[in-house]
Design a binder for this molecule. Sequence first.
Ligand code: UD1
Ligand code: CA
Length: 452
Amino acid sequence: MKAIILAAGQGKRMHAKMQKVLHPILGKSIVQYTVEAAQQAGICDITVVVGRDGESIENELKNFNSNVYFATQDPPLGTGHAVQSGMGRIADDDDVLILYGDMPLITTEFIKEMIDFYNHNDCNAVLAAVYHPDVIDFGRVYDNNGDFVEIIEFKDMKPNTKKSDWVNPGIYLMKGAALSSGLARLKNDNSQQEYYLTDVPKLLVEDGLSVKVFQTRDDISTFTGINTQTQLSEAVTHMRKRINEGHMAQGVRMIDPATVFIDSTVKLAPEVVIYPNVILEGKCEVETGAVIGPNTHMTSTIVGEGTHVRQSVTNNAKIGKDTEVGPFAYLRPDTVIGNACRVGNFVEVKKATLGDGTKMAHLSYVGDAEVGSGVNIGCGAITVNYDGKNKHRTIINDGAFIGSNVNLVAPVEIGHGATVAAGSTITESIPSDSLGIARERQTTKPNWKKKK
Ligand code: UD1
Ligand code: CA
């Protein structure tokens, strides 16, 4: 079995510069989901038909290691013409699956069922038909006891066109020879002046070949083609539900899944707990017993066992075990937090490592720094990492104690076990076990107010 997936065409109704099938749904593009559904159904030889500027689609698919071939259709003259452009790898005795690349919710199970049906019926082609009496924007499928008769496009319907309760989702299985003979005879005498793939099965029936309809009463949402931004947002809703239910089936606990958005690239261990209003994007990985949220947005962040991340934003960070993050922490790229740490409220960390047991509980900024273990960073203490031109590093060794409201002017190193007095602006390194104070001595003027 080989496959052709159609991904060319303007997608005019999206009103976007981005190619239609590249629009994202929870971490992957529309076409990536379609390709994966075919691959997981066991099809290894897949041609994706792209249009002008098709490199963006190629790059996207390569990003996810999709092992697919590409063909170009330029200009886009309809779905039949697109398949014609993608026939390079198809021999007469091949069986070919054709999918529209704008169908992200299509399932592997459905494709497998259809292949089964195709293999058990002695026929030249099978196409799917979904029960939906009132949907618009789909071609309508007409059959005679399961034998295909014709498809009438929504745009070609006339007021007196007879009704059919079955719509065409755009999933076809055909013998290579039948497919190419049908494609060669397509005409574009329709309302859109396009070469419709939907006319191929009709031509085959006229040739006396057997074409079967595979009918399903599965929910229409699985088969939605994305043509508009509204349909895209509806697809996100369905995909979100599917992803969340998948995690819950593996033991993840979600208090309110309707408010949780998890990319399909995210990995969650069993017994992770997700509170409401959580967004997990990119390559997040959360270990067992971790608690995320409420109100947390994490991108490509690794969270260790038993760690809590509350009301926080994290991006490309790694957090160890049994650590507390938030409320209101901001972890920026290249942050590595150890085990049993505390990164509390209004704390920002960027390009820095924090060793095990280190605490920065409130109102702090640490950037371009290497912080050892068992360090205490007081309230309001910051690294002064930027001199207006260059960034400099701060090193704080194990067991150091940084008092409240300290400025560590980088480059600077605080020794093992050293203490920095509250309110100090430190510009020179402090050796191990020493106390660094850098502030004006207090002067108190008695009865000062009275004298005025
Ligand atoms: C198509 C079907 C319709 C079906 C519906 C299901 C035809 C003529 N109509 O209509 O029966 O109910 O899908 O969603 O096939 N494409 C190309 N090159 C082109 C045109 C389209 O590659 O020249 C690709 C698009 O990227 C898209 C897919 O083919 O992924 C379907 O095209 P689209 O324009 O969305 O077709 P519909 O009008 O939705
Ligand atoms: Ca469509």
